[in-house]
Design a protein around this ligand. Sequence first.
Ligand SMILES: O=C(O)CC1=CCC(=O)O1
Length: 280
Amino acid sequence: MTNPTPAQVQRQGATAYTVHEPRNGQAPQRTFLLGHALGCDHTMWDALTQHLAAENRVVCCDQFGHGASQDPQLVPTGPYTMAQLADEAAALIDALQLGPVVWIGLSMGGMVGQELALRHPDKVSALVLANTTTHYPFEARQGWDTRIATIREQGLQAIVDMAMTRWFHDAFRAAQPEVVAHWRAKVLGCNTAGYIACCEAIRDVDTLDRLHRIQVPALVIAGELDLGTPPAMARAIAGQISGAQLVVLPEASHLSVLEQPQAFIQTVDTWLQGLEAGTA
Ligand SMILES: O=C(O)CC1=CCC(=O)O1
């Protein structure tokens, strides 16, 4: 696993975040704000952060109930909504005076990014939406209800192995058990109520009818083996945002940035170069 230059965890209200200033010592070319998946934390982005922070400012935040955003005095009680999580991200952008950011979000982070761009269009200059969806069909929403009920009754331990099979495909789990163990421990390290509250926001995500309003450049990334947010969901997003690019990563399932970090980084880089050249 790639570790970025250490950055101190800081806090804005209930939200913990890290800031990486450009390593080249120059003014940042762009400012990126990175939103992680359910059950993870900002370190999910270590490889991408390390790469982008060569020339850019990179801010990573921990979602309520995750990582270092677990102070019971500060973190709101659930259920959460995607609008609420997006407003929290907007408040962070304002508090840190980040200006319009390139939001990169995976799964839950991609859902927050959609709402952020819809509710606060002045705060987003471009979007990367990875392994995410605009909504869930009825059966999948029932699946989230079942997951929530199971956690309420038996704790996160009861769902963590299922989560690993959704996050990482069979060959990856066999080849890199230490990575799987690391992220399994992250799930168990979440605040149970916060995890459930985020599940409720995810279950109710609903942006499809509004997505056409997004005007900024967008890159949509899918994993060809992702069962939770399959490529069809990515196609639906890309079909609604004018000019969006869609890339389906081979041999990747849900946590594509962890399974295929180099391919993920290369995809983002190529798209950013296209933005600069005016071709994306
Ligand atoms: O945990 C999962 O099953 C996959 C997932 C859906 C939204 C998210 O952030 O992770």
